[in-house]
Design a protein around this ligand. Sequence first.
Ligand code: NCD
Length: 341
Amino acid sequence: MSPHLLSVDSLNREGVDHLLRVAAQMEPIASRQQVTRVLEGAVLGNLFFEASTRTRVSFNAAFCRLGGSVCDTTGFTFSSMAKGESLYDTSRVMSGYCDAIVMRHPEQGSVAQFAEATNVPVINGGDGPGEHPSQALLDLYTIDKEFQRLGKRLEGAHILLTGDLKYGRTVHSLIKLLSLYDPLRITLVSPPGLEMPAHLVDLVTSRGHRVEMREHLGTDFSDLDVVYTTRIQKERFTEEMNESFKGVSDDFVVNKGFLDRHCTSSTIVMHPLPRDSRPGVNDLNVDLNGDPRLAIFRQTDNGIPMRMAIFATLLKVDGLIAEDLRPVRWFVPHQTGTLDR
Ligand code: NCD
């Protein structure tokens, strides 16, 4: 694995499988049965220049659960970038303070540029509409775990990616990761103007996957194994897009009706979250709350073991976990959410 995680392009099948295995080993720590201190003394710098709840907090929690400590800054206003400091200078400065850095930034390519000035591992926590490799890894980990539970195989699976496939960085990373696996059937459905970039469709097709693009969700679907929905990334729209975009029509909505019509009891529904729950927005519908096929909170929980696996691998302590485990001593509820199944 490269010293950084900037794009899923740096991972081959072997590297991904390694991370899936290490993440599985992290489960007892992530689910608060055991503790480890393999990163005791290490410091993470978490630099978030865009809105975030789960990515920032789960990277933070994952590092802490490995025994490390975290320093973080959020937004441009309270960082020296507001005073005109370059990515290069910020990177060099942070390298003197931290052993690993996670960065989220609104510009595509910015995190890679930041990483050029440092030998400390840098993880891309989302660079504008570019990539979000750790999210794609936790998504793949979720699919793998859910398929094991359901007795399914990834080979030949039918995966629907829907929503904003143009600006949604999670699906850009995910489709590339999926393409490393045995031939899949991938269906892409997005509102007009928000289609998956052509170079990604070409890449996946050239790797032998069957890719189909549809104009809406109204037609018949068969054998869907995964329905992966995404939020419309309005904050990334050009002015022209802002003027022409009329909102998401009912034809694109994933709700209980869609699942009952087109899916089986073993279809899983995923979303990187946040979902926009404001009226009229037509993001993933809340009428699925409590439905066992809705995997979104199992997916967010999986962010911890996968992000722990990423840190442990980049900082080369992945081989030490098994011999550095102790039982937890505080109270842990049987299930963390009230709606969990
Ligand atoms: C996504 C992101 O920031 O790219 N969220 C996340 O990290 N889980 C998706 C989004 O903002 O819609």
